[in-house]
Design a protein around this ligand. Sequence first.
Ligand code: ADP
Length: 410
Amino acid sequence: MNILVINAGSSSLKYQLYDMKTETAIATGRVERIGMDSSILTHEVAHQPEVREVSEILDHTTAVKKVLDMLTHRKFGVLRNISDIQAVGHRVVHGGESFSESVLVDAKVKLEIRRLFDLAPLHNPAHMMGIAAVEENLPHVPQAVVFDTAFHQSMPPTSYLYAIPTVLYRKHKIRRYGFHGTSHDYVSQRAAEYLGKPLEQLKLITCHIGNGASCTAILHGKSFDTSMGMTPLEGLMMGTRSGDLDPAVVPYTINKEELTLNEVNSMLNKHSGLIAISGVSSDMREIVEAMNDGNDNAKLAFDMYTYRIRKYIGAYIAAMDGADAIIFTAGVGENSDVLRKAVCERLTFFGVQLDEAKNAIRSPEPRKITTDDSAVSVLVVPTNEELLIARDTYRLVLTKLVGQGVETEG
Ligand code: ADP
């Protein structure tokens, strides 16, 4: 079965085509600048040069059409016909309290995602455009949605409630939802496989450190607490997001700087974090480079960033009364040995013994970076959210087909 995985943004659409027999992505690509002039489609197939096509793509329906044309292109394509795509899986950022697992798309599901627009005004409307675009281009192909928040729906109220009047939760569902759930879920499963232990017996702390960053306490396979909140702004310091801060800073800043709420919101999401403290960049590679060149602000940004990751790890060890392993993933977590070292070398109280030689190794495979006698293992596990979306879509479609008595193969 071939499954097309789609991550639709407001002006972009990323895709991966998975062959589920081998669980490999046979083609990947993205459309950028949808709705602007000179839209760009970039398409890649293993062992072949990247293809770039510039054209006018005014909406998501045209974007999906262009992707399908490329996938079936005589020279650059990988499929003979678009009927070789048996299902489509979409990443959806916010599933609110309505979705604790992935589901097949139907009218009720679409209505529910629309109801959640208020909670994710930048993301969910774009995902809906992606779903509608697939419906128009592939009207008979089943679609599934995989939510960033779903994995965290297992959190107990002690973790997800804010200590504010409960009427706000009851009326408006103001609470912690958490994000990056697909990634935390995927790497925790991979970590359990690597450790050779059932996930249900493990206490894990997963650190997804990319442009956005979050830590999750995973108790016996279920999300127990996570650092992002009602929105992705809470928790760790990030590339351009502030992470945790005293909420009183917001009205105080509005008064002092005569800013609007929207301006402060934009400041906290787009102009804070690494970029604000370093004045250099939101990209960890450039921070480390500037720090090595003696830039004190870059060093301060790096120290604050790593200190906060360590604080969350400490908090989650306390929350779960222990931890078997700490897992680093995503762009920074997978690639920056300097960051992992800075976080881990001050966790010795918990029995973490970093092996510097192992920490310096680069590999696309899961690996341990602590010594054999370290009480807590630290692992680097490359994430693969698209594969998990493809797997969930495959499982849901297969279950439906079997329910209908249709015979299936791979
Ligand atoms: P996103 O949250 O956008 O999915 P990623 O997980 O792809 O982000 O992470 C992107 C970030 O990874 C970049 O902003 C960059 O700072 C960081 N990164 C990539 N490679 C390295 C590296 N070798 N060292 C440090 N940071 C890196």
